[in-house]
Design a protein around this ligand. Structure first.
Ligand SMILES: NC(=O)c1ccc[n+]([C@@H]2O[C@H](COP(=O)([O-])OP(=O)(O)OC[C@H]3O[C@@H](n4cnc5c(N)ncnc54)[C@H](OP(=O)(O)O)[C@@H]3O)[C@@H](O)[C@H]2O)c1
Length: 304
């Protein structure tokens, strides 16, 4: 068996879904690793995680020490409308990756989601709360978690929250609201009845990088510190942009009907990391400021 405590400089890591929001930080964060960056989109070594023989061959050929499995169907509404896509990608795709890891004794890092919880807990969810997903996406990601725990011994399942990141390609909440403010939309109506824990993709990968060295396999929450509503995130964006002129109107989620039900709370706490004394995640406001000023705004102005 390979030594799980081998230093990161000797590690070879295969990344799936490397072209996505979180994967875009892999090169910067894991610069001490030999990386094989795969995705189904152009610009990466082609690997469709739904293809069992292609996955088995890619992992057997490369023999990575670690597989960082980020590939997923992440559009929550599309998953609701096309459950087979969700289960094929998030459950069977994860099974293909886990079996390939088993064959070469690679450590698997599977990034999961706060969407595994129902959302009626008043306090932030921790790792000891029992999951009960509210939509197909959450069910398919939880199925992936169960597959990983049943097939492997050397794994990290890392649940993240509302993702921040992606820069120029950011189509998520932070990217949308920032663009609207810059383009002069006023007033803005923002949902104020859903709670979550923002998670900067770069902080998530940096946290995984630190934690990989421990060999403390298992399930962890890894979100930036603090919880908030979407409305509070938008207020913070307005503050960072210095746009007090933009009027912000809190609205109920019923104002923007969507195909997939959303949990009232996806707020999480990194309780296991805290108990181990290893929670290095900073407050979400700090992470958001760094993302906006260091990454998103420069990428938007360079497009003009
Ligand atoms: N985004 C969030 O808010 C969030 C929150 C918590 C946890 N997570 C989890 O974090 C991980 C990374 O998410 P992300 O935000 O980086 O997602 P993302 O931006 O949607 O990136 C996922 C990447 O995987 C690719 N992909 C999809 N199906 C694939 C397949 N069959 N084979 C190979 N690649 C495939 C996607 O390509 P296409 O663009 O062509 O589909 C995309 O490039 C996922 O496991 C996700 O469930 C995300």
């Amino acid at each position: 068996m390979k030594n799980p405590r081998a230093t990161m400089t000797t590690r070879k890591m295969l990344v799936t879904g490397a072209g996505g929001m979180v994967g875009s930080y892999a090169k910067e964060v894991f610069k001490d690793c030999r990386l094989i960056l795969t995705d189904q989109i152009d610009g990466f070594a082609h690997l469709d995680v739904c293809d069992p023989s292609a996955v088995r061959k890619a992992v057997a050929d490369e023999k990575p020490d670690v597989v960082l499995h980020l590939a997923a169907a992440t559009d929550v509404d599309r998953c609701e409308q096309d459950p087979e896509l969700a289960y094929r990608t998030n459950a069977i795709g994860t099974q293909n990756i886990a079996l390939a890891c088993q064959a070469v004794d690679a450590v698997l890092v599977y990034v999961s989601t706060a969407g595994v919880f129902w959302g009626d807990k008043r306090e932030p969810y921790n790792e000891f709360d029992v999951p009960r997903p509210a939509n197909v996406y959450g069910h398919s990601k939880l199925a992936g978690e169960h597959i990983v725990t049943s097939l492997l011994r050397r794994y990290y399942i890392v649940r993240a929250g509302w993702m921040i990141g992606g820069g120029r390609k950011d189509k998520k909440f932070v990217g949308k609201i920032t663009r609207l403010m810059i383009e002069g939309a006023n007033p803005l109506r923002i949902v104020s009845d859903k709670l979550g824990s923002p998670t900067y993709g770069k902080d998530l990968l940096a946290g995984i990088h630190r934690f990989l060295k421990t060999g403390y396999y298992g399930l962890y929450h890894m979100v930036n510190k603090g919880t908030c509503t979407r409305y509070e995130v938008a207020l913070e964006i307005r503050k960072i942009l210095g746009r007090d002129d933009v009027e912000m109107m809190p609205v109920s989620s019923a104002y923007f009907p969507l195909p997939a039900p959303r949990a009232d709370s996806e707020a999480m706490r990194n309780l296991k990391l805290e108990l181990l004394g290893l929670d290095g995640m900073r407050p979400w406001q700090e992470a958001l400021r760094e993302y906006l000023t260091g990454e998103l705004l420069p990428s938007l102005t360079s497009l003009r």
